[in-house]
Structure formats: structure tokens, C-alpha cells
Design a protein around this ligand. Structure first.
Ligand code: ADP
Length: 513
């Protein structure tokens, strides 16, 4: 900065802005982790076609990097590489895999700051949140490094004296891992950590908006000594993604597909996998009910509300989505959240100090959020706060409160995936449960009450795979993450996260006399 001091006053507004931007993103540009290549069979490669696509910073629309725009030819090469590597990786010991995963975890920790900056640059989330995601993401590698050693078999009681029955667990094969843009780091480690621990090899297809974190993480996997072909990354633009998705869900060398993303794409991939009877793990959308009872401690509830709703500007599949507030605390709690949203949310570029609310990821996401807000107001919801794109322009959207929502209000019917709080007042516990369960998805739900019986009663009946009880932050490597109904199949994280990557083989020893 000292070089700049002398001439700073002579610069125009636009020149000053350019210099500030350059300084701000210097950490990202300079770091060794900023690669613009994909990774197949231990080689850093371009697309066979030579094509690339740009990765944009959602905070300012500028191009950060250009990465390979791969197609089915590249995807097939990746599948072949992963399949070849599987022939040796499957025979490594759990201890050997554990050591490599631990090394990868250590490198993620050492590079946490540069990976966090890269994450903010491509996903727009505030830097403090990116640091949080890095800790969360890395923790899956640590967890699965430990769990790798506990993928045990079983000896069961045989019905015949002449036989003994044993189940061993073996890796399922090559895994396709297709991940979304909202957690570009953690969604990959949650899948790849489990796959590698079980002895599978994998092909990662990161989201179009956020391929740089995937590339950077795999760079570290290579440095950790994970052998060629065990982890591969295939990047592609929106245009080429369906063709790559077809290869990754139908190729006969693929045994497992794990997908996190939207329900329509999950359904399509599930259909493709059905033809080849492949194992699937699907983590699809939610539409989380956030139920505040009269017996809630409102201060605790407010803190949980802020984190459950505004993490990643509401672009989280477990974000509170449908806010149900009991009549006895309705006015007070709505006043509290309005006040907190007005005074505590600082909107801006996630790289700037103090900002805790970044832009939405892309224009189509902004259009979707704005469209749902407008349609909800047209359907009778009342706008108490926000309700339109933010005056900062670009991809920023105002923190918004819509009251008087009904089950059929668009922002209640469809997961909004943005900073919009749709609220409905209710009278009885039965009514809250009926509204909460009147939905064909069931990922997360939240209950706030100091009445323990009520917490149990409602938790038993709420049709979701996960429930935060007086808690807004439920994710952890130790937790079994997943949904019911159309929110998906299977669980990620916890010891259950390994299940879809391993098969049980039954050995029957006969002729014992
Ligand atoms: P969103 O609408 O939130 O972007 P998507 O389900 O479209 O959610 O994206 C999640 C992931 O699925 C991304 O990696 C995206 O590239 C990928 N994807 C999108 N369409 C397809 C498809 N037809 N086949 C395979 N993957 C896809």
C-alpha cells in the first residue's frame, strides 16, 4: 500500500475501485491453489475439446478463472481411470487409507485461509462463513480417516452345526460424486471422505458456479499422496453437464452415485441409475419448518433463527423455510426477528470486513427468489421487510419478511433458497404439525419449546430426517445427515455415511464336523 500512498489522491474513483479490488483478491490470485485445470488419472488436464468456461465472482460479476469445459469424452476417461485405480485401491488396508485421508485433512487445515478466500471469491459467502465451511469440510476427512478403520464385518449365529456364517464388507466400486454450489468444499469431503475410506475410487463433478474449490482440494489430495485415478475431477459448463451426468449415472464401470442438489436433477439421476441397478445416495431439497411454540425461550430461538436462516444468505438446503409461530408469542417474536434483520445483517462483498450477508449465487437464483416473493405477495402474503433486489445491485437481495403465508402461498409451497422469511401464525400443536407435514419433502425441521414433552411429541411426528430442538446449527461430521420423503435416500456423515460405498459379502463356511 505504501507505493500507492503518494499517488492515491490523484486516482479517479474507478481507478481507486480497481486497485481496491486487486488488493482484496490478491490472496486468491497469488495462491498456488488457484489452478485452472481438471484432474484425471493423476494428471492436470484441459478438456479434450480445448474449451473452457468462466467462473464468476458473484459479488461483482468479474471473471476469476477459466476452467475446462469437459464433455462425455473426458468423463469417460475419468471413469476408466477411476476403474483402473480401483483394482489396486480396493486392496489397500483400512490403515493405509486412513493415513492418506489424515494427510489430506492436515493439508486442508494448513491451507484453510487460502481455501476460504477462494471459496468466498467463487461462492460469495462471507469470509467468516467460508472459514466455518472449511473447518466443517475438513472435519469429514478427519472423521472418515478414523471411521475407515471401523468398517467391520459380522459373525452371526448359524442355524446348522456344520456351518459358520460371516459377513465381510468390501468397497462397492467406482463412485460418481455430483455436488452443488452452496457448500463447494464440504459437500465434496462428505462424499469423497466416505468413498475413499470404504476403498472406493471416485469422480467428482463440482457445480458449474464453484469448480475452483474442488480443483484446489484435489490438488491437496495429490500432495497428500493419494494415488493417481483414486480421485478425479471433471469440470463442465451448464451446457455440457447433462451429457457428463449421463456418463456418471449410466456407465457400467460406475457402481455408486452420490448426488446433492435439486429434486428434479436427483430424480433424473435416480432414473438413470435404476437402469444399471446402481447404488444411490441422494440429498435433495428441503422446505424446513421452523416451529416456535408459546413455550419457547425467545432469546435462544432468535439466535437459532439468525443462523438457521441467514447462513449463506439462506441458500442452504436445511435453512428454515416455513416459519410457524404460535399466537401467544407471535407479535413479540416477529418484532424481534424484524429488529435483528434490520440491525444485524450487513450486506456486501463477503471479502469485506464485517459483512455477514453476501450475494446470491447467480442471476437465475436471484430471479427465482424475486419471482417467488412477488408471487407470494400477489397470493396474499404481506411484505413486512425487504421484498426486492438490494440497492447494491448485482446479485444482492434484501433480507425479506413475508407474513400471512398459507400452505398454498408460493414461498411456502416451494423451497425459496434465499433470504426470505415466510411466516404463518398458528394456534395449536396439531395445526402446526399438520402445516409442517403438508409437504412432499422432509429434510430438516426446527422446534423451539422449553416443554420437554412437547419437544419429544412434535419431534416424533415431524416428517423430516433431521430436527434441531432449540438449536439452529445441526450439521457436523458426527451427524447422520439426510432426509425423508422426496428429500432423498441414505445418510451422509456419521458412521452411516460409509454404508452406500460398501457392500456386504456373505461367506458361508460349511462341512464343519
Ligand atoms: P441448482 O438448481 O441448485 O443449481 P442442480 O441440481 O441443478 O441444483 O445442481 C446440483 C449439481 O447437479 C451441480 O453439480 C450441477 O452441475 C449438477 N447437474 C445439473 N443438471 C444435471 C444433470 N442433468 N446431470 C447431472 N448433473 C447435473
Amino acid at each position: 500500500m505504501s507505493l500507492l500512498n503518494s499517488g492515491w489522491r490523484t486516482l479517479s474513483y474507478h481507478q481507486k475501485r480497481l486497485v481496491r479490488d486487486l488488493l482484496k483478491y490478491q490472496g486468491v490470485r497469488n495462491m498456488s491453489k488457484m489452478r485452472e485445470e481438471a484432474y484425471i488419472d493423476g494428471q492436470w488436464v484441459s478438456a479434450k475439446s480445448g474449451k473452457t468456461f468462466p467462473v464468476l465472482n458473484p459479488a461483482n460479476g468479474k471473471v476469476i478463472a477459466n476452467v475446462p469445459d469437459m464433455n462425455e469424452t473426458d468423463a469417460e476417461l475419468a471413469v476408466d481411470a477411476a476403474h483402473k485405480a480401483f483394482q489396486t485401491w480396493r486392496n489397500t488396508t483400512a490403515k493405509e487409507r486412513s493415513v492418506l485421508l489424515r494427510k489430506w485433512f492436515n493439508l486442508m487445515e494448513e491451507n484453510q485461509e487460502s481455501l476460504s478466500r477462494l471459496l468466498t471469491a467463487e461462492a460469495g459467502k462471507p469470509l467468516a462463513e467460508s472459514r466455518g465451511e472449511l473447518m466443517y469440510g475438513s472435519s469429514f476427512l478427519e472423521w472418515f480417516a478414523e471411521e475407515a478403520k471401523r468398517i467391520n464385518g459380522e459373525v452371526v449365529c448359524s442355524p446348522a452345526r456344520s456351518r459358520e456364517m460371516i459377513f465381510i464388507r468390501q468397497p462397492a466400486g467406482v463412485a460418481s460424486l455430483i455436488t452443488p454450489w452452496n457448500f463447494p468444499n464440504a459437500m465434496i469431503t462428505r462424499k469423497a471422505g466416505a468413498a475413499l475410506a470404504a476403498g472406493c475410487t471416485c469422480i467428482i463433478k463440482p457445480a458449474e458456479d464453484t469448480p475452483l474449490s474442488a480443483i484446489a482440494m484435489v490438488d491437496l489430495a495429490e500432495q497428500a499422496g493419494i494415488p493417481p485415478g483414486v480421485v478425479n475431477v471433471v469440470t463442465s459448463s451448464r451446457g455440457n453437464t447433462p451429457a457428463i451426468g449421463r456418463v456418471l449415472s449410466t456407465h457400467n464401470k460406475i457402481s455408486v452415485l452420490s448426488f446433492t442438489g435439486s429434486t428434479p436433477v436427483g430424480r433424473l439421476l435416480y432414473e438413470n441409475c435404476a437402469r444399471g441397478i446402481k447404488r444411490v445416495g441422494l440429498e435433495l431439497g428441503g422446505n424446513a419448518p421452523f416451529i416456535v411454540f408459546n413455550a419457547a425461550d425467545l432469546k435462544t430461538t432468535l439466535e437459532a433463527f439468525m443462523v438457521a436462516k441467514f447462513r449463506n444468505a439462506g441458500q442452504t438446503c436445511i435453512s428454515g423455510s416455513r416459519f410457524l409461530i404460535q399466537s401467544g408469542v407471535y407479535d413479540e417474536f416477529v418484532g424481534m426477528i424484524k429488529d435483528a434483520m434490520e440491525t444485524r445483517l450487513v450486506v456486501g462483498d463477503g471479502m469485506d470486513n464485517g459483512v455477514n450477508f453476501g450475494p446470491l449465487i447467480n442471476q437465475s437464483q436471484l430471479n427465482k427468489v424475486d419471482g417467488l416473493v412477488k408471487a407470494s405477495i400477489a397470493a396474499g402474503a404481506e411484505c413486512l421487510l425487504g421484498g426486492k433486489p438490494h440497492e447494491l445491485g448485482g446479485l444482492f437481495y434484501e433480507p425479506t419478511i413475508l407474513t400471512n403465508c398459507a400452505e398454498t402461498t408460493p414461498c411456502f409451497e416451494e423451497e425459496i433458497f434465499g433470504p426470505v422469511v415466510g411466516i404463518r401464525k398458528f394456534e395449536t400443536e396439531e395445526e402446526a404439525l399438520q402445516i409442517a407435514n403438508s409437504c412432499d419433502v422432509g429434510l430438516a425441521g426446527y422446534i423451539f419449546t422449553q416443554d420437554v414433552s412437547q419437544a419429544w411429541r412434535v419431534a416424533r411426528q415431524l416428517e423430516t430426517g433431521m430436527i434441531g430442538i432449540n438449536e439452529g446449527l445441526i450439521s457436523a461430521a458426527e451427524a447422520a445427515f439426510g432426509g425423508v420423503k422426496q428429500s432423498g435416500i441414505g445418510r451422509e456423515g456419521s458412521r452411516h455415511g460409509i454404508e452406500e460405498y460398501s457392500e456386504i459379502k456373505y461367506l458361508c463356511f460349511g462341512g464343519i464336523n
